[in-house]
Design a protein. Structure first.
Length: 314
């Protein structure tokens, strides 16, 4: 029988990380103290794993010892070079002038590093390594400054043609006519009336915005179209009410930036020239101009629909 309520093992993330950090610190401390403790260290040499009956056992053991000794020497040389490098960096930050003046007679960087290792092996003066490293860094610093000055002179001598040619030209963005901005819903209504005179104008609008088919007999086709566009493009207000103004601006922007291509409305005016018969073939010299938004408003514009502009009733 279970007595008492079970204790939950859930702890906060901060407490769990604190416990993990303390545990890892304790384990690291135990490993460090175990290395210093010689209680359980064996005095016998570790068996190399070569049987005594091996014919060249002594030579193999000598090679192993030589390899071990060379590895230790390389590690020691790396430590000495790193120590001299750190000391040279400190001297460079302290002052480059005094270090360079005191070591004018010392050879270049590679010979100085070799001499540094030999002096450390022989137990010579450690300041020589410090001065040699500082002198090498001073020489490198001087050559870098000279190269930078030459690059700056070359830049000053350049005429700057690349700056003018490489500057990208920003394309000019087409703006909507002021009449469309004043009343975009009325402009779209006029557009829908114009598209009714074409064969596939309304169908192109439906296909582009992927709206349901519109009832042609309806009196307010433009409003129904704008409601469907607002629902399709997410132009909804508070409570899911379609924003007709935003939907109308969307349609006008698509038409103005030529993302939406609509057919041209043919002119209803009779031409003075004799029209060709049904059986006759006429050759067209120029392509028909696409539908332009400016054709819905007043003003003389060659790109207007049917060659003439229609004024919006106000």
């Amino acid at each position: 029988m279970k007595v008492g309520k079970p204790v939950s093992k859930r702890v906060t993330v901060r407490l769990r990380h604190k416990i993990q950090k303390s545990s890892s610190a304790k384990q690291k401390k135990e490993r460090r103290s175990a290395k210093k403790d010689v209680t359980w260290t064996s005095r016998l040499k570790k068996d190399p794993g070569i049987p005594k009956s091996f014919p060249f056992r002594d030579q193999v053991l000598a090679e192993v010892e030589d390899t071990k000794r060379r590895r230790e020497e390389e590690q020691m040389a790396k430590r000495v070079a790193a120590k001299a490098r750190r000391a040279g960096t400190a001297v460079e930050h302290a002052g480059m002038g005094s270090a360079g003046a005191a070591a004018n007679g010392i050879v270049d960087g590679e010979d100085a590093d070799d001499g540094d290792e030999e002096m450390e092996d022989k137990g010579g003066n450690p300041m020589a390594a410090l001065l040699a490293s500082a002198q090498a860094r001073a020489q490198d610093f001087g050559t870098d400054d000279e190269e930078d000055d030459e690059g700056e002179d070359a830049d000053d001598a350049w005429n700057g043609i690349d700056d003018t040619t490489s500057a990208p030209t920003q394309p000019t963005k087409k703006t909507l006519p002021p009449q469309a901005l004043a009343d975009p819903i009325k402009t779209v209504s006029t557009l829908m009336e114009r598209m009714r005179e074409t064969q596939d104008g309304i169908q192109r609008l439906i296909d582009y915005y992927q709206t349901p088919p519109l009832v042609a007999a309806s009196t307010d086709v433009a409003t129904r179209f704008l409601v469907e566009v607002a629902r399709k493009r997410g132009r909804l207000g508070r409570g899911g009410v379609p924003n007709l103004h935003s939907a109308a601006m969307l349609v006008l922007n698509d038409l103005n930036e030529e993302r939406l291509k609509l057919p041209e409305v043919k002119s209803t005016k009779k031409n003075n020239a004799v029209a060709a018969g049904k059986d006759e073939i006429t050759i067209v010299q120029t392509m028909a101009e696409p539908f332009r938004l400016e054709g819905l408003f007043g003003g003389k514009n060659k790109s207007a629909v049917g060659g003439e502009a229609m004024e919006v009733e106000t």
